[in-house]
Ligand binder design. Structure first.
Ligand SMILES: [Zn+2]
Length: 421
């Protein structure tokens, strides 16, 4: 077992191809864990911070954090429940219907979801008439899933868990991994497990944030300690091939600010045709956009620094004019953006968040109070920073009364701007 010193370990090699010659291109400094919400009683306690930087591997074009925080610290407080978002539920319903059609599901088939959260995705697969099984380490979420009719095992996914599941449930026709792949340190054990449990003609589908959107929209605020890897298709292909798999199709999607879904089969399987056209097109696009060159990443890093500078200058000048500022969205990305820009209680009076579990807490790092939506009417600011900028349109519609009374917005990404100007 690897030792964690001071709560983390350094990553001295690429998790995909094992190359040790890595270059840091983005360094956000020492940052708090994005889910470490604080009670008012603990306001004076210093919060734990860990280095947050991304390294590039020139061999396989993989981007990955320079450290791994001890998972027992990182996943202590987990607020996110997948079925809360209707967009996500709709996404899963479409995914399940599409998979049932494309892979000709039968009643006896088993679909396993890795990091199944509260069972939201598998509830949709169950509607397609297959057997389902969830795997998730969070016992509270596994319990919710089981109560909703989705059998779930409360364990971390790895090679040993897969062996146990094989003995108890037999092989899986399909294994899905949605928004977990980027959070896994030991991808070798993860894929060994998939190899064990997957039927010889089974389908393994990975869904994770896509590096393309991260780079082109300067979405640096999706860099946080849980998010260990930042994937292109190229490193995923390299990785699965090393484990005896083969990519047979790929698609990009708009969910979560831009994601990629990669369909994988065992190399020996002849059950599914390989869609070379889709795969080659994306690989070529990645190459032509410059994603295989370090220089591109250095430019990205400059753009991130510019956003910070513009943000800090704007907030300081508004405060000098005596303006009142609040923010919307105490999500992971909101917490990263505000902390990286060094904003604090003297800059932002409060952060609105629609998740009831977060209200009443202080946001990680700067300890700005998190409040319910009603605060906007009770105590309206002159400017509202849309930290959840990816929902700008939705948030502006929701706060049209605020805007009607002359309230303005600050949208930080991809470029800092005031709306209306
Ligand atoms: Zn590599």
């Amino acid at each position: 077992m690897t030792e964690f010193t001071n709560g983390y370990k350094e990553l001295d090699h690429c998790r995909v191809c094992k190359n040790t010659d890595l270059t840091t291109y983005l360094d956000l400094g020492n940052m708090p864990l994005v889910n470490s919400y604080v009670t008012a009683d603990d306001d004076e306690k210093p919060c734990d911070r860990y280095p947050l930087a991304i390294n590039y591997c020139p061999e396989c074009s993989m981007s990955q954090l320079s450290i791994v925080v001890d998972p027992s610290i990182m996943f202590k407080n987990y607020f996110y429940r997948s079925s809360i978002s209707q967009t996500f539920v709709n996404h899963c319903a479409e995914y399940a219907e599409n998979s049932a059609r494309r892979f000709s599901f039968r009643e006896s088939d088993l679909v396993v979801d890795i990091a199944s959260n509260d069972g939201a995705c598998l509830r949709e697969f169950k509607k397609q008439g297959v057997k389902v099984l969830g795997v998730d380490p969070a016992e509270n979420l596994a319990k919710i899933a089981i109560e909703s009719g989705v059998p779930t095992v409360a364990k971390f996914w790895n090679a040993d868990t897969a062996k146990q599941l094989l003995a108890d449930h037999g092989k899986a026709k399909m294994i899905t991994a949605m928004n977990v792949f980027a959070h896994v340190d030991d991808l070798d054990s993860f894929l060994t497990g998939v190899n064990t449990l997957l039927d010889d003609d089974g389908v393994f589908a990975i869904e994770c944030p896509y590096m393309f959107n991260f780079m082109t929209n300067t979405e640096f605020d999706t860099t946080y300690h849980e998010h260990l890897s930042y994937f292109l298709l190229k490193p995923i292909k390299h990785l699965v091939e090393r484990h005896g798999f083969e990519v047979f199709d790929v698609m990009t999607m708009n969910i979560h600010g831009g994601s990629i879904r990669v369909y994988v089969k065992k190399k020996t399987s002849k059950a599914w045709d390989i869609c070379y056209q889709n795969i080659d097109k994306l690989l070529l696009m990645e190459e032509e956009t410059g994603f295989h060159k370090l220089n591109t990443y250095m430019h990205f890093s400059e753009a991130v620094k510019n956003i910070k500078e513009d943000m800090v200058n704007l907030i300081r000048s508004l405060k000098a004019e005596g303006k009142k500022i609040a923010a919307y969205g105490a999500s992971a990305k909101g917490n990263i953006l505000s902390n990286y820009c060094g904003l604090g209680k003297s800059d932002i009076d409060y952060i609105i968040d629609d998740t009831p579990e977060k209200q009443g807490y202080l946001a990680p790092g700067h300890h700005i109070p998190i409040v319910a939506f009603e605060q906007l009417k009770k105590d309206p600011p002159d400017f509202l920073i849309l930290l959840a900028w990816n929902f700008s349109h939705e948030l502006m519609n929701k706060t049209s009364a605020y805007q009607g009374e002359g309230g303005k917005y600050i949208i930080p990404i991809p470029q800092v701007k005031i709306v209306p100007e």
